[in-house]
Design a protein around this ligand. Structure first.
Ligand code: GLU
Length: 449
């Protein structure tokens, strides 16, 4: 662990005391504070008026009961969360996650990350995150709809296009957003398209939003590789996950001439010596909603499925962790380094442990942290909000062109900030500092609120 600046240490101690046992939240805060020593040394005023302490404390946390009736007529209870972390730059903005692992600490870590990610994107959006410990796996369409409606019956009073604008995350895609937006519309009697992003194209969604996180991560890593005169062309890539982020990362990498050698879900991973057949992955995950093990069964020769085990054992040049937090450990990082990986781009939020990041950086592996590399999703959400505000809808090409230029902007902002603060090539430091400065400047301008 890097020693914290003496001005930052008390803020971190307070986070640990006040949020006991919320390890992912501590990890996310620590990672940002470790980067801020150099900023405070240059600009001591940023530590005035308890600004650091305020940035680490969510503005509002909402926890609520979500009762719903399953297909057998039994009443089920889940817990719902929305952490409205910071609105200094705009309305709270961030996704909703449905996964059994969700608790307030997970949502807080995600809301904290989101605040800096959104700031770094350069768009006028604050940070927030929500979710529930509801497990959508194996649930019928009717159960999903009733759950979404009950969840929104409570949450809707805390939302609004100028207040808080949710979107999807793990376990929440177009179908769930449709059900939640539908219930919001019904309860408020307002077709307020800008209150949700990731909507379907028929009712106010944006072209390229589905693809944006994966495409954006690929654009970011492309810029990072270009700094060392390299490209995706001919590179072997491993992309963990098989959700939206992973699928569209694979699609863009393939279009840049890279080969995807493996992908995964939470049960195991598939390796295809001929390169992953993306049309088949889409069919399995998006149409049939089945497990990735089906891939090997349907594909036959050349493809094999490994249950459990680590996808990071598969040799590759570029690793794109796109599943979930802390999925890539120190052990995995050592394996990737041993196998000659040159770059890592985080598609998920905080997928690498702190130890893994240190191993990559010490080995000179180019490392793109999630809050920069996966910001294309939320940036395109901000483009969706723009389209909704002007009652317009842009073409796919126009939207993707904006996404590509936003990702180049984020890349360059991280790289320049890292240079400016004496750590060239350190995208973690660059992303944390550049995101922090935007939030801090705005908070200072707004007074002690
Ligand atoms: N859940 C996504 C993220 O982690 C997207 C959030 C959004 O579009 O608001 O950034």
């Amino acid at each position: 662990m890097i020693q914290l600046d003496e001005k930052l240490e008390p803020a971190f101690d307070e986070v640990v005391r006040r949020n006991a046992g919320e390890l992912e939240f501590h990890q996310a805060v620590r990672e940002v504070l470790e980067s801020l020593g150099r900023v405070i040394a240059k600009r001591p005023e940023y530590a005035d008026d308890a600004l650091i302490e305020r940035i680490c404390e969510p503005e509002r946390q909402i926890i609520f009961r979500v009762p719903w009736v399953d297909d057998q007529g039994r009443v089920q209870i889940n817990r719902g969360f929305r952490v409205q972390f910071n609105s200094a730059l705009g309305p709270y903005k961030g996704g909703i996650r449905f996964h059994p692992s969700v608790n307030v600490g997970i949502i807080k870590f995600l809301g904290f990350e989101q605040t800096f990610k959104n700031a770094l994107s350069g768009m006028p959006i604050g940070g927030g995150k929500g979710g529930s410990d509801f497990n959508p796996r194996g649930r019928s369409n009717g159960e999903i709809m009733r759950f979404c409606q009950s969840f929104m019956t409570e949450l809707h009073r805390h939302l609004g296009e100028h207040t808080d604008v949710p979107a999807g995350d793990i376990g929440v895609g177009g179908r769930e957003i449709g059900y939640m937006f539908g219930q919001y519309k019904r309860l408020t009697n307002r077709f307020e398209a800008g209150v949700f992003t990731g909507k379907g194209l028929l009712y106010g969604g944006s072209c390229a939003r589905t693809e944006a996180t994966g495409y954006g991560n690929t654009y970011f890593v492309q810029s990072m590789l270009a700094m060392r005169g390299q490209s995706f062309d001919g590179k072997k890539c491993v992309v963990s996950g098989a959700g939206n982020v992973a699928i569209y990362t694979m699609e863009k990498i393939q279009s840049f001439g890279g080969t995807i050698v493996a992908c995964s879900d939470s049960n195991g991973y598939v390796v295809d010596e001929n390169g992953i057949d993306l049309a088949l992955v889409k069919e399995i995950k998006e149409v049939r909603r089945e497990r990735i093990s089906e891939y090997a069964r349907m594909k036959g020769a050349g493809a094999h499925y490994i249950e459990k085990g680590s996808i990071w054992d598969v040799p590759c040049d570029v690793a794109m962790p796109s599943a979930t937090q802390n999925e890539l450990t120190g052990r995995d990082a050592r394996m990737l380094v041993k196998n000659g990986a040159v770059a890592v781009g985080e598609g998920a939020n905080m997928p690498s442990t702190s130890e893994a990041i240190r191993i990559f950086q010490d080995a000179g592996v180019m490392f793109a942290p999630g809050k920069a590399a996966n910001a294309g999703g939320v940036a395109t959400s901000a483009l969706e909000m723009q389209q909704n505000a002007s009652r317009d809808s842009w073409t796919f090409e126009q939207t993707e062109a904006r996404l590509a230029s936003i990702m180049r902007g984020i890349h360059d902002r991280c790289a320049t900030t890292a240079d400016e603060y004496g750590a060239p090539g350190d995208y973690v430091l660059g992303a944390n500092i550049a995101g922090f400065i935007r939030v801090a400047e705005s908070m200072r301008a707004l007074g002690v609120i």
